[in-house]
Ligand binder design. Sequence first.
Ligand SMILES: Cc1cc2nc3c(=O)[nH]c(=O)nc-3n(C[C@H](O)[C@H](O)[C@H](O)COP(=O)(O)OP(=O)(O)OC[C@H]3O[C@@H](n4cnc5c(N)ncnc54)[C@H](O)[C@@H]3O)c2cc1C
Length: 303
Amino acid sequence: MTRAASAAAQSAGFVVIGSGPAGQKAAIQAAKAGHDVVLVERECAVGGACVRTGTIPSKTLRERATRPRLHGEPEAVERPMEELLAGVADVVEAHDRYMTAQLERNGVRVLRGQARFLGPTRLEVLRISGPSLQVEAPRVVIATGSRPRAPAQFSIDHEHVLDSDSILSLSWLPRSLLVLGGGVIACEYASIFASLGCRVTQVDRNHRPLSFIDAELTDVYVEALRAAGSDFLPGVGVRALHWDGISQVRADFDDGFGLARASNTTPVIVIRFEAESAAALERIKGEFRRALQPLKPGAPLPY
Ligand SMILES: Cc1cc2nc3c(=O)[nH]c(=O)nc-3n(C[C@H](O)[C@H](O)[C@H](O)COP(=O)(O)OP(=O)(O)OC[C@H]3O[C@@H](n4cnc5c(N)ncnc54)[C@H](O)[C@@H]3O)c2cc1C
């Protein structure tokens, strides 16, 4: 048992770990079905990636990006990101209030802290302040979401080489940007930054972005990117990234031409946008498996 853990565990019918869209829905549904529900969230606001780093901030930035074209405003290049993200904090706060009230209305107890399994039905909640708590429940829903993937060959310093979370902490909108990847989030940010007046070079090993949708549609996306003065380079992988210590990140492309292309843009900020839930989930599943080890082979699981 952890040093400061309270000896007596709180009991609940259901524990949900994570307050993103998945965790909230699970908690509310379980409460509506008559269960006594505890929701554990390690961040200070409920809502998960959707509210803090994903949907809401990116849509706020997109809204800002469409304004120059719609309202004839000047391009946003070299303007502070804080200005472009104005209003996000208010939206996040309003969302937190709304969701907290909804959880309260449904009788869901919210515990702030990092949950980990102590046993198949017992969790410890490590809190920033105050002693850790324990919760015992026959059913636990793991809704811990995803985080951006960090490819082994790159070092993401979150200053010059960023991921889809740290992109929002840029101080200034850069003049140019290299986006690695052709998935949904990569395309979203590539098109937003291009619309804001930033020169974007998007590269992907695939021959077209968003390869899971029809080519006619992805052609329109690539044409729009090019019309905004940016580009999509198909069939290009990046081997390595080097921050020159002054103003540029240089990318070595697999085809050997990368340096020349990348060094045309000053400065280059490189982003890797690929969310992957597997890593976080595997860690939690590992804890869960370890917790299950004392069970005898063949013993029925408590679920
Ligand atoms: C840039 C971007 C744009 C997006 N745009 C859209 C969009 O337009 N439309 C759309 O539908 N989706 C969008 N998404 C995806 C959407 O954000 C996710 O699909 C959604 O948030 C997943 O919800 P979730 O509940 O599974 O996980 P999350 O929202 O990631 O929530 C998981 C929660 O679990 C908590 N947690 C993790 N581990 C623990 C632990 N051990 N103890 C306690 N708490 C823990 C985390 O703090 C987090 O709050 C976007 C994502 C990104 C990154």
